[in-house]
Design a protein around this ligand. Sequence first.
Ligand SMILES: Cc1cc2nc3c(=O)[nH]c(=O)nc-3n(C[C@H](O)[C@H](O)[C@H](O)COP(=O)(O)OP(=O)(O)OC[C@H]3O[C@@H](n4cnc5c(N)ncnc54)[C@H](O)[C@@H]3O)c2cc1C
Length: 476
Amino acid sequence: MSVENTAHTAILGAGITGLSVAHSLRTASQDNRQQSFHLIESGDQVGGALQSTRRDGYLAEHGPNSILIKDKRVARMLDDIGLGEAESHAALHESLVARKEAEKRYIVQDGQPHAMPASPLGMLRTPLFSFMGKLRFGLEPFIGKYKGREQGRGEESFADFVRRRLGPDMLASAAGPFVSGIYAGDPENLSVRHAFPRLWNLEHNYRSFIIGALVLQFGGGNNPHRLAPSRMLSFRSGMHAMPDAIANHLPDDSLKLQCQVNSIEPTLENDISGWALSWTDASGNQQTGHYRQLVIAVPHHRLCSLPLPASVITELAPLTELEAPPVTSLVLGFKREDITHPLDGFGMLIKQAENSPLLGVLFSSSMFDERAPEGHVTLTCMMGGSIHPEYAENDDQVVLDELDRLLGVTGAPTFRHRTAWSHAIPQYGLDYQNVLDALAACESKHPGLHLAGNYRGGISVGDCIVNGLELGNSLL
Ligand SMILES: Cc1cc2nc3c(=O)[nH]c(=O)nc-3n(C[C@H](O)[C@H](O)[C@H](O)COP(=O)(O)OP(=O)(O)OC[C@H]3O[C@@H](n4cnc5c(N)ncnc54)[C@H](O)[C@@H]3O)c2cc1C
């Protein structure tokens, strides 16, 4: 059987980016700005990297454990889908704000987790930085801007940026581990301008990021969308609650799961360009659709497997070649009494010099309630990444031995859940500008084509939502 569909927009991929595009089109339809759309997903559920498993009283996040809300548009979307923090929702909604203790973060040095200093006095006392390293840090406001791009020396890496502004100690003991935690990346190969644009802008706009951070902290800056203070959230049933809630608010029949896209072709009728798609639906029926706009929100490493015109695939070569290392997330449950460390924080990141088989460990049950049964705790261990991709294949015993060394974990795990991501996080490397240029050129050559996802405009869940909402708005 063949079924014909028409709508204004087709969105391929129902990860958080594609869902956010759909959400903004749905909101516009409610305002009577007619925007019909189909959201076409190959998997049997929405959410992409945002998947959660609840079992035996534990909650395992397969991908992100939390979302940092620092933009009013994200907070508004959560309100719209019934997951906001507004009191009227309190009985119904699932939203969980991270516990106060989650503000504490540990860095492992010489086999010991040390709390990151949270005050100037803490900075003076911490063993994480040498005496000279602390002095060097104090010079930051006096360091000039990077002039290398104007002088033809190209992009500055995150590592060079931190070494130049704060000194090598800060890179080894704080900034490097921080890059492992966010990008699972190599600080020497990430472009500071693209991977950490807010940090780069502080230097660019205020000459010093200590001065810039202080200006923003005390109400300066001109971003009307900024939500201050920002908050870290998750949900009772896990991060998957968010994509689920967005999907539940979409118009009937707009979401199409388990679809295999068979062809994607540009069309031109009466001088109006568009896109014709055909796919096999979950029941094995052949479907076709005609659209004015086509948003592709699948992961960048899956773009080549889409039946796109050959010219599009060629134009997108810089994107499809973007590195995205493997990362494995191993969630382990333990009896509380089997761990010596107080687990009083967000988690620990590990300095590269430690040669650890882990990138870091999140103290998941210390961050949010309902992550482990009474008397038990949940740890989420991340391994792999750009520097040691092979560690993504570490077996559980390697992880258990390391947890024993660093946290004093003795008993056997009472829960295990393992997720392997073959292409976890796209790395915004030193030649990333070529990727952005290729995306822009491809879109301008193919009217109605839009490319979105965590490979463009930020990898965090919050950035993906903002970019998706903005793209949706631009289609109106
Ligand atoms: C292990 C891990 C931990 C992370 N931790 C955090 C964190 O703590 N905080 C944070 O902010 N971010 C975190 N991130 C990053 C963040 O989760 C991702 O960047 C973001 O979720 C990506 O969303 P997306 O919609 O762009 O892509 P995806 O989530 O990859 O979604 C793409 C969708 O496209 C679908 N698709 C693929 N091929 C096709 C096709 N041919 N046709 C139709 N559909 C298709 C997929 O099934 C998927 O549903 C983490 C990521 C990982 C992997």
